[in-house]
Design a protein around this ligand. Structure first.
Ligand code: ATP
Ligand code: MG
Length: 572
């Protein structure tokens, strides 16, 4: 299952994967033959949004642990709240998991498949006097619950008889009561120091059809009641979840013990948090619904569908998950670390091409009009098998606007009046004069080339200070290129607690000119544009003859810099 391209996994990553504390606990259980010596895990998304990279971490961990131990991992949709769930999400979650390379046992499972069994469990608790029907409103329940410093008060309905509770529960199920008028609660301890133990709600009335069970149910189990019991029903041995469920564990233990059913071991690990983005589906949904991003698959989103559209590869996301490992306490990971993994992967696979993002025309005055020659360009210096391609060269070229300075800065090494540079895979050219429009903007450079320098070297041994990329005007194709920056920035108006959408998170450049080999680029294809970054053909907005390229990531690796400048290990 841990399908990895050969060589893509460094020994350090492997070591990390083998030694995290969750794997240690599982290994000890297997060793001691606890829980039958088997390993059954699950990834339990609630189908109320698209998967984000935090989910990828959890899924990769659960599927990884199962496969390493010869066990199985279930995909189970925790679909207990029809108000927020949608089949769109059920489909996208499976598509994203397949793309990531995780495999689950059999077909996808659903908590809603267990509604009958869960109801039976509820009846069992009522029969034992461990659950009761409560008529307090939700506001009253909150008020009776007390606070972290004050104990709660018993509900006036807490002493209802078993018979009355059974009757009321059956009538709740039959749809006799209005939404919000009654709930089923566990009868635990209103004075418990753990708020989750203060008679939590197990079932609520919801007059709403469910995407899978239709109109069959008028009451739905709460997440807290469904989750642990669903794990138990599936024979899950290790319920791996995030830290916020640590405080729920006593409740889950209590329920499983009172019901006397299979009791998985729950292990909590830290959520993945990334700088400059959010991992909450609720907040991601707000961004989508407010129209401030294109959708769940906007390339700026931390969702798997957004990352896929942006050009992140499954290999790079998996390498990232293994690199960050599994922590016991919350922490925030630098986005640059994820980008580092993306770069490492694309560096070995993405063909190199030339694309000019902000074109400035160059006319080579001593190059014959109408003449075209083919230069040879290497496809990937990291991969000799990738070969080379012909690159047409002609009298009129485009170069990058920022590769020319009329009054060059002392450290500027590229084109300037009178100055000579090397064209990548081509000749030396020298800027002879500058053409301006009436407003004084530079619109064209008149240059000369040295025919002796084909291939980038002068026979007389003279050097140039810079090498720039270019395309041939008549041969180039036109494209839109989208550059992205961080999705969120610290909220300027806020007190530092919140983050706001980065107004510069998307820059769309039209009229970019790319080398002709890119005419055949298909949606999802990835390239390195020499000197400007990795780019992927947008799978939504591209059309034949009018491609849109998303910049996946720039070439500069700030994470690598962090790694080499700080002592090993302190950067995590
Ligand atoms: P969100 O806060 O984004 O809505 P959630 O926990 O409500 O997340 P679920 O669909 O319930 O989303 O999550 C499915 C699984 O993924 C759970 O086991 C959850 O613990 C895990 N998970 C969710 N977010 C993260 C994260 N940021 N890092 C690691 N695991 C996560
Ligand atoms: Mg959740």
């Amino acid at each position: 299952m841990r399908r990895q391209r050969p060589g893509a996994e460094t020994p350090a990553v492997k070591e990390q994967a083998r030694t995290d504390f969750v794997r240690d606990i599982v290994a000890a259980d297997v060793e001691a033959n606890r829980l039958g010596g088997r390993v059954v895990t699950r990834f339990p998304p609630e189908p109320n949004g698209y998967l984000h990279v935090g989910h990828a971490k959890s899924a990769w961990l659960n599927f990884g642990i199962a496969s390493e131990n010869g066990g199985v991992c279930n995909l189970r949709f925790d679909d207990t709240n029809p108000a927020k769930e949608d089949v769109e999400y059920v489909d996208s979650i499976q598509e994203d998991l397949r793309w990531l390379g995780v495999e689950w046992e059999g077909r996808a499972l659903y908590s809603s498949d267990y509604f009958d069994q869960l109801y039976e469990y509820a009846v069992r608790l009522v029969e034992k006097g461990k659950a009761y029907v409560c008529d307090l409103s939700s506001d009253e329940i909150r008020e009776y619950r007390g606070t972290l410093t004050e104990p709660g008060r018993d509900s006036p309905y807490r002493r209802r008889s078993v018979e009355e509770n059974l009757d009321l529960l059956a009538r709740m199920k039959a749809g006799e009561f209005e939404e919000g008028s009654r709930v089923l609660r566990a009868r635990i301890d209103m004075a418990s120091g753990n708020m989750n133990m203060r008679d939590p709600v197990l079932y609520r009335i919801l007059n709403m059809p469910h995407p899978r069970t239709g109109d069959r149910w008028r009451i739905y189990p709460t997440y807290d009641f469904a989750h642990g019991q669903s794990d138990s029903i599936e024979g899950v041995t290790h319920s791996i979840c995030t830290l916020e469920f640590e405080d729920h564990r006593p409740l889950y233990d209590w329920l499983l013990d009172e019901l006397e059913i299979h009791h998985p071991r729950q292990i909590e690990f830290a959520r993945l948090n990334l700088t400059n983005t959010v991992m909450s589906k609720r907040r991601l949904l707000e961004l989508v619904e407010s129209g401030r991003v294109f959708g769940w698959d906007d390339p700026r989103m931390p969702t798997l569908s957004g990352m896929r559209r942006r050009g992140y590869t499954p290999e790079s996301i998996r390498a990232f998950c293994e690199m960050i490992g599994v922590a016991r306490r919350d922490n925030t990971i630098e986005m640059s670390m994820l980008e580092h993994c993306v770069r490492e992967d694309l560096n070995s696979t993405a063909p190199r091409v030339m694309g000019v993002l902000r074109p400035l025309k160059v006319v080579i005055e001593n190059y014959p009009e109408g003449q075209v020659e083919e230069l040879e360009a290497v496809n990937n210096p990291e991969d000799p098998a990738a070969g080379s391609r012909p690159l047409p060269f002609s009298r009129e070229l485009y170069v990058e606007r920022e590769d020319f300075q009329e009054n060059p800065h002392p450290k500027f090494r590229r084109l300037a009046p009178g100055r000579e540079v090397r064209l990548r895979y081509g000749y030396f050219i020298r800027c002879r004069s500058v053409v301006k429009d009436s407003a004084g903007n530079v619109i064209e450079l008149r240059c000369s080339y040295d025919p002796e320098t084909r291939g980038g070297h002068a026979p007389d041994g003279r050097k140039v200070r810079g090498t720039i990329h270019w395309v041939s005007v008549p041969h180039s194709i036109t494209a839109e290129v989208r550059l992205f920056d961080r999705l969120l920035v610290p909220d300027p108006g806020g007190n530092g607690a919140g983050e706001a959408l980065n107004p510069d998170s998307l820059k769309a450049l039209t009229g970019c000119r790319l080398e002709p080999s890119l005419a055949g680029a298909a949606p999802g294809d990835s390239y390195q544009f020499e000197r400007t970054g990795y780019f992927c053909v947008d799978s939504v907005d591209s059309s034949p003859g009018a491609p849109v390229f998303n910049r996946t990531v720039s070439l500069r690796d700030s994470w690598k810099k962090t790694l080499t400048s700080s002592a090993a290990g302190t950067s995590r």
